[in-house]
Design a protein around this ligand. Structure first.
Ligand code: GLN
Length: 546
């Protein structure tokens, strides 16, 4: 087997940045000429995060092949610039599901089906599937979700323990990310939580090879020696993961620590130099912008930026591409109306309405869009944002007063956004084959679809292409029955499904920049290559503000 595995576990508490650490290490190994993939194993029982509330779980990241996955996959794609797929994320729910299907089918030939070996074997199979085929990567990083000590994480830890004992230390490396808090009153860093979480790992048979310490400030050498001694790792295998202002600095910080070097030595990877120029340029460009714009994000989840993770990143990428700092003002759409839109959006050089589900806050989004359209402020609508822009235009420009989406008012006589039954039936039939028809997630249009771009439009000016592929996650579509009347009033349908059956992008020609798309471009934006629509949106905002 060519692929070497790096298992990343987390201790002490959640939110230490395991996903970012895994992604940053992966990026560093890439700069040493390795091919890398990352997989996230989530211990929760949901089959995927598609049905989970973004308040609790943050964004659902969608892959090209239509998997609804953990938001860490967004970090993986942004840092590695390698597309992820459903292979890159699994959950306890999905694993139990497949074991139970096999059990019902009689595959286990009368055996008692147990966590060990049946569940753990299934986990190992999924991990090892990354090493299959001609294009298997040199390195696969496996991030175990949750914290060591969680009951539900045990089968995953047992599986990685077995993999390490089967494939050996040269092929499998255990990295444990922990917290080393700085106690201001005592004036010192504390190592006890780390010792405890490593003890917990040892009790299940996992000896970490490398300890990565999340800390506010760089930790002194003698403290590293103490951690190494108590945790039984090499003296030079304790690294700091220091808090940074800009997440794209993490790979450079890790490199300064010699983290990737140690990983390469321990896994006996070919000795090659890291090439960090692109990361250095990115960090430099982020640190030295030549201006600033404020963008209003008018959505439902103002208190939880995790819910708009990729969007947040894509807007900043758009800023980097324009050498402009992007300040985001999250505006709660439930508080916006025609009367206060101007005061709430004052000083914003652009307005963005992101994706979302359900009626709550929709009228506020429509009011914000009306303001952007009438005041000629650059506007970008994504998925639900595009649907709201269509409703707004139908109501206030085309005079269709009760224009609405079937999602919000199924009884409206003018459903400019509707459930396309042909599409719905097609999806449902397809998904029945995958046993998912009866659940909520099963009825959505998910994953990458082609979109042709009309020449001479803003979309075409951004993409500089006439055929693109973008990722979707929605049920409702633009209703083609309203195409003609809205086009007469000035709406331009600049992106369509190749057979013309679906509207994918709409824009307004007589506006500085007003564009809505039915897909989620934020998933494909990269720090070093901003998505063209985000790049152009920020450019327009900068121009209009300037
Ligand atoms: N709720 C809308 C739909 O299902 C939009 C979804 C979204 O914004 N992702 O079509």
């Amino acid at each position: 087997m060519k692929t070497k595995f790096i298992f990343v576990t987390g201790g002490v508490l959640s939110s230490l940045g395991k996903g970012l650490a895994a992604a940053s290490l992966g990026a560093l190994l890439q700069t040493r000429g390795m091919s890398v993939t990352i997989q996230k194993l989530d211990p929760y029982i949901n089959v995927d995060p598609g049905t989970m509330n973004p308040f609790q779980h943050g964004e659902v990241f969608v892959t090209d092949d239509g998997a609804e996955t953990d938001l860490d996959l967004g970090h993986y794609e942004r840092y590695l610039d390698v597309p992820m797929s459903r292979k890159n994320n699994t959950t306890s729910g999905a694993i139990y599901n497949s074991v139970i299907v096999k059990e019902r089918r009689g595959d286990y030939l009368g055996a008692t089906v147990q966590v060990i070996p049946h569940i753990t074997d299934e986990i190992k199979k999924i991990v090892l599937s990354l090493a299959e085929g001609e294009n298997a990567p040199d390195v696969a990083i496996i991030e175990i979700g949750g914290t060591v000590g969680d009951i539900e994480g045990l089968p995953f830890l047992e599986a990685i323990r077995q993999l390490r004992s089967e494939f050996g230390r040269d092929n499998c490396l255990n990295i444990h990310l922990t917290l080393v808090p700085y106690l201001r009153s005592a004036g010192e860093h504390k190592t006890k939580p780390t010792q405890h979480s490593v003890k917990e790992l040892l009790s299940i048979g996992i000896q970490p090879d490398i300890i990565l310490c999340r800390c506010e400030q760089i930790i002194p050498q003698e403290l590293r020696r103490k951690i190494a001694l108590f945790c039984n790792v090499d003296q030079d295998a304790v690294f700091a993961s220091v808090d940074v202002d800009n997440i794209y600095e993490v790979p450079l910080k890790f490199y300064e620590e010699g983290f990737d070097q140690k990983v390469a030595i321990m896994l006996r990877l070919p000795a090659r130099n890291a090439h960090l120029e692109a990361w250095e340029k990115l960090v430099h460009d982020c640190a030295k912008p030549q201006g600033q714009v404020t963008i209003a994000v008018v959505g439902k989840y103002v208190d939880l930026k995790e819910a708009y993770k990729s969007l947040h990143e894509a807007l900043h990428h758009g800023g980097v591409a324009n050498r402009t700092a992007v300040k985001l003002r999250y505006v709660n759409s439930e508080t916006v109306g025609d009367a206060n839109a101007a005061s709430l959006l004052k000083g914003c050089a652009g307005v963005l309405v992101p994706g979302g589900f359900g009626y709550r806050g929709v009228e506020g989004k429509i009011a914000a869009i009306r303001y952007a359209r009438e005041k000629r402020v650059p506007f970008f609508g994504i998925c639900l944002g595009m649907q709201c822009a269509v409703i707004e235009f139908a109501r206030h420009v085309a005079g269709i007063e009760d224009a609405n989406s079937e999602e919000f008012n199924p009884l409206s006589a003018h459903k400019v956004i509707y459930l396309m039954t042909e599409w719905f039936d097609f999806r449902t039939k397809n998904l029945e084959k995958r046993d998912a028809a009866s659940n909520k997630g099963g009825t959505m249009r998910l994953g990458a679809y082609p979109c042709k771009i009309l020449p001479g439009t803003k979309a075409n000016g951004a993409y500089k292409k006439t055929l693109v592929e973008e990722r979707h996650r929605h049920r409702y579509e633009f209703n083609n029955g309203f195409k003609e009347i809205l086009a007469q009033k000035g709406m331009l349908f600049s992106g369509l499904a190749p057979d013309d059956s679906l509207v994918e992008i709409m824009e307004l020609a007589d506006h500085p920049w007003f564009l809505g798309c039915q897909f989620h471009p934020e998933f494909k934006s990269r720090p070093m290559a901003a998505h063209p629509l985000f790049r152009e949106f920020i450019r327009a905002a900068k121009e209009c503000a300037g």
